[in-house]
Design a protein around this ligand. Structure first.
Ligand code: IMP
Ligand code: MG
Length: 175
């Protein structure tokens, strides 16, 4: 692993405050309904748990794990399901919860695939968005923060599987 350090981009308090706001927005938008959260492993886990705690309408949860074919740094957009959902999406109000939308390749593929499973509605919620990096158009319904084109870690995001447990979002700076 290259020599590096992590610089704080978004503090734990900033992230917590924003997740609270998104939780309230979802609770308003889905008043009288039940929300089915689909967490994309592993990066989406921390955000999904914190978000779910702040949603006041009934919530159900499911998890899926995908990997994109091609090199780690440049996703090809063809997504392989590593672990599929346990439950059907048919007739459910589904929100896919992701850590970050980068090129948009993974999400556009994943959303099209999930749409085919007949949910009543399908929305996307991401903690972070790097709009400068977008290659494929993705409609994001709930965004935590738009961030610059930097490699970030924490709150589920990793650098070689490390730093997922940081309670804040940090930029990886190479020394
Ligand atoms: P894309 O939108 O298809 O390019 O891929 C997004 C995926 O790449 C995310 O789900 C992350 O797993 C990973 N990724 C993108 N940017 C970062 C970053 O800054 N830090 C850590 N992982 C990232
Ligand atoms: Mg991810």
């Amino acid at each position: 692993m290259e020599k590096h350090h992590v610089e704080v981009l978004l503090t734990e308090e900033q992230v917590d405050t924003r997740i609270q706001e998104i939780g309230e927005a979802i609770s308003r938008d889905y008043a009288g309904k039940e929300v089915h959260l689909v967490c994309v492993l592993k990066g989406g886990t921390f955000f999904t748990c914190e978000l779910a705690k702040r949603i006041s309408v009934p919530v159900t949860l499911d998890f899926m794990s995908v990997s994109s074919y091609g090199s780690d740094t440049k996703s090809s957009g063809v997504v392989k399901i590593v672990k599929d959902l346990d439950e059907s999406l048919t007739g459910k109000d589904v929100i896919v919860v992701e850590d970050i939308v980068d090129s948009g390749r993974t999400l556009s593929y994943l959303l099209a695939m999930l749409q085919d499973r007949g949910p009543k509605s399908l929305r996307l919620c991401t903690l972070l968005d790097k709009p400068d990096r977008r290659v494929v158009d993705v409609n994001v319904n709930y965004t935590g923060f738009q961030i610059p084109d930097e490699f970030v870690v924490g709150y589920g995001l990793d650098y070689d599987q490390r730093y997922r447990n940081l309670p804040y979002i940090g930029i990886v700076a190479f020394d």
